[in-house]
Write a protein that binds this ligand. Structure first.
Ligand code: IMP
Ligand code: MG
Length: 183
């Protein structure tokens, strides 16, 4: 795929690289204040959260540990299946730990509400969620999200870790995808 192909697939830039970094710096300040004096284990949800985790963790001016989980909730399309499976579990024992789950987007909230109840059963000191983006449906979910970058409309977005059929994750900014790509 050449760069012209990539560009014709994308409509609006929703958030530029600069806006994303400003937002993550704000979230990092809040996290530093809230977890002051406490240990912090950040759990990134593979694969989409890789960019958010890398930049959010580096925006934190404190010690932090990172671990990763992989769960499946989406097939290769744009609709949530509602079925969650653990593909890769944590390497860390989280009992007594303060856990911050880091994700790039919450759509229906099904994946994260399932993940939070799974992690909560392992006796952590606390479990909270940080997400860069949140879609409208998730706001109605019982799952409480402690840190949200932006609430966005119900459109399919790609870039900065977000994929459509494994493509576009490597873009530095976040874009809405042209409907011709997935219709
Ligand atoms: P949920 O269970 O419906 O909240 O789905 C969460 C997961 O679906 C996210 O972690 C993403 O991997 C994927 N997802 C949801 N919306 C989008 C989107 O607009 N673009 C790319 N991936 C998305
Ligand atoms: Mg994800």
């Amino acid at each position: 795929m050449d760069s012209a192909d990539v560009e014709s697939d994308l409509v609006n830039i929703l958030f530029t690289e600069e806006q994303i970094h400003e937002k993550l710096a704000e979230m990092a300040k809040q996290i530093e204040a809230d977890y002051d004096g406490q240990d912090l284990l950040m759990v990134g949800v593979l694969r989409g959260a890789v960019m958010v985790m890398a930049d959010l963790a580096r925006a934190l001016n404190r010690h932090v540990e990172m671990d990763w989980m992989a769960v499946s909730s989406y097939g290769s399309g744009t609709k949530s299946s509602g079925v969650v499976r653990i593909l890769k579990d944590l390497d860390t024992d989280i009992s007594g730990r303060h856990v911050l789950v880091v994700d790039e987007i919450i759509d229906t909230g099904l994946t994260l509400s399932w993940l939070v109840s799974n992690l909560s059963s392992r006796n952590p000191a606390s479990v909270a969620i940080a997400t860069l983006l949140r879609k409208p449906e998730a706001q109605a979910m019982p799952v409480s999200v402690k840190y949200v970058g932006w609430d966005i409309p119900n459109e399919f977005v790609v870039g900065y870790g977000l994929d459509y059929q494994e493509r576009y994750r490597n873009l530095r900014s976040i874009h809405t995808l042209a409907p011709h790509v997935y219709s």
